[in-house]
Write a new protein. Sequence first.
Length: 350
Amino acid sequence: MVKVVTDPSAPISLLNLGWSDFFGDQLEPDEANLVPTRIAMVHRDRLTGLSQAGHMDLTLPAQANTGDYAVGDWVLAEPDTYLLRRRLTRKTVLERRTQGGRIPQLAAANVDTLFIVTSCNADFNPARLERYLALANEAGTTPVILLTKADTVADAEPYQKQSLALQRGLAVVTLNPKTADAASALAAWCGTGQTVALVGSSGVGKSTLVNTLAGSAQQSPQQTGGIREHDAKGRHTTTARSLHAIAGGGWVIDTPGMRTLHVSDVASGIDTLFAEITELAPLCKFRDCTHVHEPGCAVQAALKAGTLDPERLARWRKLSDENQHNTPVQSGPRGGKSPAKPAGGRGKRR
């Protein structure tokens, strides 16, 4: 039996759900009768969707795997049975590969802005924030760093300055997730039809912020938890990804906290993150310069001149080496090996 939950007093248009010409242009002439539906929650053995008619449990076709779908995906379903017919190509996709994992884990799809949440305490870690930024850049989303728990420190400005220095043009917002002012501070990214996702360690206030953004209209508020005082580590209160309506007209996807984030297949995301290094590389004498000991290295020259932060260079090298090591390779012509995805370009449309 198909379960559909509707609210006649609050009709939902496709535009409000985040539909755009990018998705509309993918429709085939014989698909006019199918229902565009957005994935609202991915369960172990089923999918919950959201269409203009409201929420419904989608019927999966034979041999389908829920792991192939992400919250935020757009799919086409039969109007009567809600049998899922196909998934539309994603505009953006957030995914990560666990250590030793061969297949990336889907985090969210069709996200416009990624809120990277960290707190002004022992959780603040520039190297980890750079990993999230590389992920956001590669996915094609707009990253925004949110600083929470500013009330626990004497001065939050050092955290603000460190965050702003991580990437050119990066927006950084200091807020208290528990107050209504938080929604106002983030309104520019949460308008009608816009989708944001939250990532960050456990205990930094992600679930609290979801509840604040959703307001009183949220049917099932996210559970929240505290942190351990000695190391500022939190408990995992979000165990599944889900799509929530924002009072301002947009949508927010909460994700479980990530203790570790192994980078893989994010070469262009790293290039964007470390633009000051990326722009120097073509000026090196040798095209395959490692920026370590070669003569005529523009990166080393900038380092000696004091215009390049040595800590940034060290983190760039570590992240680049890890990405190269973790990125799968595919067989090229005559058995040669080549990267699974060439560097360059924005976003992953899969």
